[in-house]
Write a protein that binds this ligand. Structure first.
Ligand code: URA
Length: 283
């Protein structure tokens, strides 16, 4: 063995590199491949370079797995915690209404109403009606029977409909709210907002030519207005291509029969516009 310090250094390097190679280390920390060859190692290596080469080398950093493209969803995504998708209605208007009614029957958006109702009260009548009568919310009778306007106010509404020469089955009757507020209290703004998508979809399916809003609550909701019913009545408004009439609620007429005259004027305005002869009208 030579005492030449350079030869000693080369041997040490060679041994070191063989050890790394047998341990599977063949990538330099900066990514350059170390080709361990006798030829290279036997060459003259400047002392400084040789010192660097012989220095203990940290094991290479663990190879990082390829980064996932974050725009590509994982192959088995976790189920989304969001609400179940609203089913898309299909079929004829009656089928679409039935589908929507089934959805409404499951609704629990308003905790108190969902807990206290007997059932939801969706709507009744012809799915292709020219006229929709649009009320506020079910009362005790409606909550029991599952049909809007079946109590005393409902009987008066039926008389109004018949005075207009229609049968109840020929028009469509619905409410802003599908559940009875306990004790017939006023609906809250939150209940109102929760239920609005249902009447919006009902009206989209039926596409009536006329919507008769019964009372302030229905009129203000549909027209997104804060005006009093006395200011809204007596003229046509517009909602998604339908002509809207705002008039007094039948329950108000039960307490104030003198207002029936105004309601009849509102109905005559609609009938004239529809081209329907008005019973007993001399004009
Ligand atoms: N009042 C309403 O507004 N709707 C009904 O269904 C019954 C009474």
């Amino acid at each position: 063995m030579s005492d030449d310090p350079q030869a000693h250094l080369r041997r040490a390097m060679l041994q070191q590199l063989r050890d790394w190679q047998s341990a599977g280390v063949n990538v330099a920390p900066h990514g350059r491949v170390l080709e361990v060859s006798e030829e290279l190692l036997s060459a003259e290596v400047p002392a400084a370079q040789a010192a660097v080469a012989a220095a203990p080398v940290e094991p290479p950093p663990p190879v990082e797995p390829p980064k996932h493209d974050t725009t590509v969803p994982p192959t088995s995504p976790e189920p989304s915690p969001s609400e179940p998708p609203t089913p898309v209605a299909s079929g004829n208007p009656q089928q679409q209404l039935d589908q929507l009614a089934a959805e409404v029957a499951q609704c629990v958006k308003c905790e108190e109403l969902a807990c206290t109702r007997t059932q939801t009260v969706f709507g009744v009548g012809s799915p292709t009606a020219r006229i929709c009568f649009f009320g506020e919310a079910p009362g005790a009778d409606e909550d029991k029977q599952g049909e809007p306007f079946v109590g005393r106010a409902g009987q008066l509404l039926t008389q109004i409909i018949e005075a207009c020469t229609f049968k109840r089955e020929e028009v469509y009757i619905l409410n802003t709210l599908k559940c009875r507020p306990p004790g017939n209290r006023n609906p809250t703004p939150e209940e109102n907002a929760n239920c609005m998508p249902y009447f919006v979809r009902q009206l989209e399916i039926i596409q009536p030519e006329y919507i008769v809003c019964l009372g302030k609550f229905a009129a203000q909701n549909l027209l997104q207005s804060e005006a009093a019913i006395g200011r809204l009545r007596g003229q046509f408004h517009e909602y998604n291509g339908a002509k809207v009439i705002a008039t007094y609620h039948p329950a108000y007429l039960l307490r104030n029969p003198a207002a029936k005259r105004d309601v009849w004027e509102d109905m005559k305005m609609m009938l004239r516009d529809m081209g329907i002869p008005i019973p007993g009208d001399k004009r």
